[in-house]
Design a protein around this ligand. Structure first.
Ligand SMILES: Nc1ncnc2c1ncn2[C@@H]1O[C@H](COP(=O)(O)OP(=O)(O)OP(=O)(O)O)[C@@H](O)[C@H]1O
Length: 438
């Protein structure tokens, strides 16, 4: 039977106009040959406007930043590149782009960019996933290691006996979370936990809190990092806890180091320590209970799936190895921030692979590429680097330090460096790509 040859072009044309992915193709001169409706929506362009001019004239970002041009020059694809920019209509747009060279009969004939618009998703996901299901209970806490299981068991006992608790642990080990779980375990639903923050507290604010508590039937006061309060403030706090000790107010406090050492260094009032010491609960830093790392990641992913409907389930073996090899000086807080950053880049991925890890984390875990300040001193006995290479190395070092200082928070690091978040993200991506090529 004679096979009918179907002209597929109208179908391709229809599909490209109706698909939810932005498509932009250029020839080898950078001239636009395909720019579908979704891409027009994303970029705020009209096709007529774009068709007869070269890409360079039309786009506001410079040559270096256009991935299509880069791909035309290098002949290699650029995948999963996240871009945030303002389009022609002044809308802030975030896309994740895959850009491929198009080769026919061994000859480069152009490049094509496929853009997934994640602007709306980004707005939701950009909010860090800090909130657990309310209220926080002991079940909200990841506790797989023997030491964390002991923490939970002791905290449960303390809640039952209504004894004051002193949580001892480095920053980010979960002291506040445990305080909340203890509070929930013994308090009725209407009772609140007030926090006396270590920053910004004055003698006046302690007095005010004490007055407020007199008007409440019950409640919990969590005194965060009392070792950071000066001694007169600690004295005031001692008066407050003593005054309310017979009442229905329940006290929990935390310190960042061994309280005995703090007392001998005169950073903690002995009497204040005695008040809380009946139930002192030490919480190990994450580097001493690495068994909790992956379970925490999985718990985080499960909350992420529930909250944002994402697909993320696990990390691959290589990422697991990196997570376990790192020392986590910022403890769970640092791990949680890293996961906030990783998940903000996800769309449909189920497994997190190394290419989804932020650059600053890879730098921290991969020894290679770490430069020390002395590497940037010009030494007569060493060969000079070409200027461009030197500047790139210095940039890598400097941006990495800025990211470290701000716990990987791009917005904060960018503000400190006097540049926009987009600019910093672009530079970090550029470094990452350069790395990938070497
Ligand atoms: N075991 C855990 N399970 C689940 N989440 C945790 C755990 N430990 C810490 N977190 C999360 O890590 C983050 C930091 O924890 P938290 O604020 O309780 O630390 P902290 O010890 O009170 O820190 P700081 O001393 O700096 O106030 C929080 O968002 C918390 O929800």
């Amino acid at each position: 039977m004679k096979q009918l040859k179907l002209d597929l072009e109208p179908f391709y044309r229809f599909a490209s106009e109706h698909v939810a992915v932005g498509i932009h193709a250029v020839d080898t001169k950078g001239k636009t040959i395909l720019h579908n409706k979704k891409m027009r929506d994303i970029e705020g362009f009209d096709f007529e406007e774009l068709a007869d001019r070269s890409l360079l004239e039309m786009f506001r970002f410079d040559q270096e930043e256009s991935t299509l041009l880069k791909v035309l020059q290098s002949g290699s694809p650029v995948l999963n590149a996240k871009q945030t920019y303002w389009n022609r209509k002044g809308q802030e747009i975030t896309t994740i782009n895959d850009t491929y060279p198009v080769v026919e009969n061994g000859l480069l004939i152009g490049a094509i960019e496929l853009a997934r618009d994640v602007t709306t998703l980004e707005k939701v996901v950009y909010q860090p996933l800090k909130k657990y299901e309310e209220p926080i209970t002991f079940n909200s806490i990841t506790a797989v290691s023997a030491s964390m299981k002991k923490v939970i068991a002791t905290a449960e006992k303390a809640a039952l006996a209504k004894l004051p608790v002193l949580l001892v642990g480095e920053s980010g080990t979960g002291k506040e979370l445990i305080a909340e779980a203890i509070h929930r375990a013994h308090a009725d639903a209407s009772s609140e936990m007030s926090i006396l923050f270590s920053h910004g507290t004055t003698i006046g604010s302690i007095e005010q809190m004490s007055e407020e508590m007199k008007n409440k039937a019950s409640g919990t006061v969590y005194c965060e990092r009392i070792d950071m309060l000066n001694l007169p403030m600690q004295q005031k706090l001692l008066e407050m806890v003593k005054e309310h000790s017979g009442s229905d107010t329940y006290f929990i406090a935390s310190v960042g180091e061994d309280p005995v050492e703090l007392i001998s260094a005169q950073k903690l009032l002995k009497e204040l320590y005695y008040f809380f010491s009946a139930m002192a609960i030490p919480i190990q830093p994450l580097r001493r209970r690495k068994e909790d790392i992956i379970p925490f990641v999985l718990d985080y992913f499960s909350r992420h799936r529930l909250k944002f409907g994402s697909m993320v389930r696990h990390v691959d073996q290589q990422v697991e190895k990196l997570l376990l090899s790192y020392d986590w000086p910022g403890n769970l807080k640092e791990l949680e921030l890293l996961l906030d950053e990783i998940t903000s880049l996800l769309t449909t991925e189920e497994i997190v692979s190394v290419d989804l890890l932020p650059y600053h984390f890879k730098m921290k875990t991969e020894k290679t590429g770490m430069h020390k300040p002395e590497d940037f001193i010009v030494q007569s006995n060493k060969e000079l680097l070409p200027l461009e290479e030197y500047l790139l190395e210095a940039e890598i070092y400097y941006l990495q330090k800025a990211m470290d200082l701000h716990n990987g928070n791009v917005t904060k690091a960018a503000a400190a460096l006097g540049m926009s978040r987009q600019n910093l993200q672009y530079r970090l991506r550029k470094i990452k790509k350069n790395e990938g090529q070497t």
